[in-house]
Design a protein around this ligand. Structure first.
Ligand code: MN
Length: 208
């Protein structure tokens, strides 16, 4: 498999004013590109030379796992946000959100709470757990929910490089802006794919 730098699903300025072109550009072209370059070197001559990212995340460890997870996580992060019109949620997903968080505002409050209680670098994930329930979790560094049998719906990068140019030392402001960018259509689609189509994980991971 050829590991390539994942393209952004939109132009680098598309998230303004919430996340600047400068931040998106640096995030993708500096940080994400570095993970891709490193992973290409690391897998040469190993049994992962032709593996896809999902396989590396599940079966590798050390630096191959770290860099593969960073690429997967960042691709997922960028594809979960967009600046678009309101999207009307309906069906099972909004019911599951209400059941877990009370309301969409409750969901936003829960994310903010997770963000302010996370020390250091890491990610917040909205996932479906093994019992099929929605859950918000914190993961340190480049941990992957895939390794725990969880099904991710949304990833939020809390590393400083994701926001410090726009919101120096103001993680809360970044989270509030991020929440304005949620691409509910995609998040709901992810939820429905997991719930409707069994064994869809692989197709889904490549669809991000
Ligand atoms: Mn990042």
């Amino acid at each position: 498999m050829k590991i390539n730098l994942p393209a952004l699903p939109y132009a680098a300025h598309a998230l303004e004013p919430y996340i600047s072109e400068r931040t998106v550009d640096a995030h993708q072209r500096d940080y994400l590109k570095t993970y891709v370059t490193k992973l290409k070197d690391l897998v040469q001559g190993t049994k992962f030379a032709n593996a896809d990212l999902d396989t590396m995340i599940i079966k590798a460890d050390g630096l191959i796992l770290y860099n593969a997870a960073q690429i997967w996580n960042h691709t997922f992060y960028f594809s979960g946000i967009n600046k678009r019109k309101e999207y009307k949620l309906d069906g099972n997903f909004i019911e599951a959100l209400r059941h877990k968080f009370g309301s969409l505002n409750g969901f936003r409050d829960a994310i903010i709470n997770k963000a302010v209680t996370m020390f250091g670098s890491g990610w917040i994930w909205l996932i479906i757990d093994e019992k099929g329930k929605l859950e918000l979790i914190q993961e340190i560094d480049a941990e992957s929910p895939l390794r725990k049998g969880m099904k991710p719906l949304l990833a939020i990068d809390l590393c400083e490089h994701a926001y410090y140019l726009d919101y120096p030392n103001r993680r809360i402001d970044y989270i509030n802006s991020f929440l304005k960018l949620l691409d509910w259509e995609i998040i709901e689609k992810r939820y429905n794919q997991y719930n409707v189509k069994k064994g869809a994980k692989k197709e889904y991971a490549h669809a991000v």
